[in-house]
Write a protein that binds this ligand. Structure first.
Ligand SMILES: *Cc1c(COP(=O)(O)O)cnc(C)c1O
Length: 395
């Protein structure tokens, strides 16, 4: 079958939950992808902030192949060395004390929400704990994560979701305060909003939230599924300002392509929330996924991936701002590290489609923002190449 025929087949067989670009991707190499006709694409999407190390980073494939030859899966009722090694490295990278591995980002949120609810229930003996989440947030598509996602369009068709959730505005302490009651058990946010539009939380806002949470014994939960793993120039985005959460989530780049996520917490929360029998998963942290996590974190440390982000991110920002100066339809630059966005005065779908035709993969965040979440290993030359293509795609 050729590419068109495969696409026709897919359109008959797969559920229509995505409007896909009309290409069938076949293989990757470094920061490039190839479709099945051999056409090359410069990849500034990275599987949506997943392929932090690009494709076939030295040592990564070998680690996975080695694990496949030994053992892919074992139940969580037994120990396995890759999971033990991965947990040790996740603790070290995240500053958290205890780790639970999941299969995805949304499941990491489910676990974080369950931990917060259990903490509140143990403390108060009642079931009316409330969670405050942020408008324009994105936390995933399962019912719990969806309930705290601040986009009514995603939520409404599936209500009722889990209850006792209120929404406040990011970087607006008054709006958070107006949601706080003596039932508030957790405040949840992305330190840098991803899908919602590349908006970073401000230092003062985070500090005041931390103080509020400490004062009232409210749990501060950070969703670092997208902004974590070095993307902001810090291993986890909270480390930028040193405002540490009680519970946090990670996924996307955590396994650099192998489906894996995690939620982590401090020892104090671990001792006062989920315990034996409270939570589980068949696959979460299985030896294959865990081998990926352990190898990825080893590579980050050995090759100073975060240091590289700090080197190239200012250049991406500079080039995007230059582009903005040249095009009236670009109205705002946002973001931090290798998690940046350009806000347009119109929908960006056509621009992205044109870029794909010219061999550049980009992704939107909402209707009128182009999001730049490339592999963290990109070079200044890759950035120049991206800008050159994007420049001619903008009307
Ligand atoms: C992508 C994302 C999720 C959901 O992760 P999945 O692996 O798609 O379930 C949750 N939170 C944030 C911030 C994300 O960007």
């Amino acid at each position: 079958m050729d590419m068109k025929e495969y696409i026709g087949q897919a359109e008959k067989d797969l559920l229509h939950t995505y409007n896909r670009y009309q290409i069938v991707l076949d293989k990757g190499d470094g920061v490039s992808l190839y479709d099945m006709e051999g056409k090359k694409y410069l990849d500034f999407v990275a599987g949506i902030a997943v392929f932090a190390l690009g494709y076939h980073y030295p040592g990564y494939d070998e680690a996975l192949k080695g694990q496949i030859d030994k053992l892919i899966h074992t139940s969580n009722y037994y120990y396995n060395v890759p999971a033990i090694e991965a947990a040790r490295r996740v603790k070290q990278a995240s500053g958290m004390d205890r780790v639970f591995f999941t299969n995805s980002g949304t499941e990491a949120l489910e676990g974080a929400i369950k931990a917060a609810r259990k903490y509140a229930w143990l403390k108060t003996g009642s079931h009316d704990g409330e969670i405050i989440a942020m408008n324009h947030s994105f936390h995933g598509r399962t019912m719990g994560a969806l309930a705290v996602t601040g986009n009514p369009k995603y939520r409404e068709p599936f209500e009722p979701l889990i209850g006792n959730v209120k929404f406040a505005d990011l970087n607006d302490l008054d709006s958070v305060m107006s949601c706080v009651t003596d039932k508030t058990c957790a405040i949840l946010l992305e330190p840098v909003q991803g899908e919602g539009g590349l908006l970073p939380a401000e230092e003062e806002f985070l500090r005041k939230l931390r103080a509020l949470c400490d004062e009232r014994d409210i749990l501060l939960i950070f969703d670092e599924v997208q902004c974590g793993m070095g993307r902001t120039g810090y291993m986890y985005a909270w480390q930028r300002f040193g405002v540490k959460p009680d519970i946090m989530t990670s996924a996307k780049a955590l396994g650099c392509g192998v489906p894996v996520g995690a939620f982590m917490m401090t020892e104090r929360i671990a001792q006062n929330s989920l315990t034996s029998g409270d939570h589980g998963t068949t696959y979460g942290g299985n030896p294959l996924a865990a081998a990926a996590v352990a190898k990825v974190l080893e590579i980050y440390e050995r090759d100073d991936i975060v240091g590289h982000v700090r080197q190239v991110a200012p250049y991406l920002e500079q080039r995007l701002k230059e582009l903005m100066a040249e095009h009236d339809c670009i109205v705002e630059h946002r973001g931090v590290g290798l998690m940046q966005g350009l806000v347009f005065d119109r929908p960006v779908g056509e621009i992205i489609t044109r870029a794909v035709e010219k061999g550049l993969l980009l992704i939107n965040a909402g209707a009128d923002i182009i999001r730049f979440v490339p592999p963290l290993i990109i070079t200044k030359q890759n950035i120049d190449d991206m800008i050159a293509i994007l420049d001619v795609c903008i009307p």
